[in-house]
Design a protein around this ligand. Structure first.
Ligand code: 6CS
Ligand code: FE
Length: 286
């Protein structure tokens, strides 16, 4: 009896899956080592030199904010998207076979990396792509050290259990992007859907705010309904993240709802087959 009582009183999570279920995110410090990160980082300048609709710039500048669809082209990021430490972990957290719904590099550039206001991701995938449910998880792989001053992501623990929170939204083009398609409003600092101030204050006052920081190679898994944000980069150091969104294969949006480009909502819903764990070791491809 005593043990059962102790167990009930001790609400500390048993393992990673329980921690994710409780908090809506899971931070794995130094999931990849320096050698592996160096191999991933080598692919960053190639990606940020790309030009096209999949590359988003900070408003009014030629500073790259994001490069989308990085998993869909052969190379290091395709390898990283199917890395077992990411894809198998995502499948475990969702309890389902998963496919890569979206991928991107968020550069948070020095002296120009703009904010991501408080938002939930799933509201975009539900409203813009018709995703049926929030059985979706994103992992941010730190390709640079993440510190207090280079624009770390913050989250509200447990906010994923609130469902889609109250949001403010706007129609039309964000200022400075009038010549872009309307989906640009989902991707820039002037975000189309942001958590309403009273809902944010209520949740953040009750649950607090956490800001996972760590060495390059760390990984932050977060639920599609986890409220999150990130500030400007105030440091002389970049804060490049490679983000992969894994959706449950049986949670794919109906094809007829998919109007945004494939680099925002993949049409390939085939389950990810995890690759080699040593894919980023010296002498390997990747
Ligand atoms: O609309 C989207 O797909 C993107 N927008 C935001 C604000 N986060 C998720 C995703 O990258
Ligand atoms: Fe987001």
């Amino acid at each position: 009896m005593a043990n059962q009582l102790a167990d009930r009183l001790d609400d500390s999570p048993r393992g990673p899956a329980e921690q994710y279920a409780r908090d809506g995110f899971l931070f794995l410090d130094s999931l990849f080592d320096e050698e592996e990160v160096a191999a991933m980082r080598a692919a960053v300048p190639v990606a940020t030199a790309e030009r096209g609709e999949h590359v988003v710039f900070e408003v009014g500048t030629d500073t790259v904010r994001s490069v989308y669809g990085i998993h869909a082209r052969d190379g290091a990021f395709a390898e990283l998207a199917r890395h077992p430490r990411l894809a198998a972990t995502a499948a475990t957290l969702l309890g389902a076979d998963v496919y890569v719904y979206q991928s991107k590099l968020n550069t948070k550039a020095v002296f120009g990396g703009d904010v991501w206001p408080w938002h939930q991701d799933y509201v975009y995938w539900r409203n813009e792509d018709g995703m049926p449910s929030p059985r979706v998880v994103t992992v941010a792989v730190f390709l640079d050290d993440v510190t207090d001053v280079n624009g770390p992501m913050s989250l509200i623990p447990g906010s994923h259990r609130r469902g889609v929170m109250e949001h403010d939204s706007y129609a039309g083009h964000p200022t400075g992007y009038e010549d872009r398609p309307l989906w640009i409003a989902n991707l820039v600092a002037q975000l189309k859907y942001t958590i309403r101030k009273d809902a944010f204050v209520r949740e953040a006052t009750q649950a607090g705010i956490v800001t996972p920081k760590g060495r390059a190679g760390s990984a932050l898994f977060f639920h599609g309904n986890a409220a999150h944000a990130s500030p400007h980069n105030l440091s002389p150091l970049p804060r490049t993240l490679a983000l992969f969104t894994y959706n449950a294969v049986d949670n794919a949006p109906p094809a007829e709802r998919l109007h945004r480009p494939a680099f925002l909502a993949s049409r390939d819903t085939s389950a990810v087959v995890p690759g080699d764990d040593d894919a980023f070791r010296r002498g390997r491809t990747g």
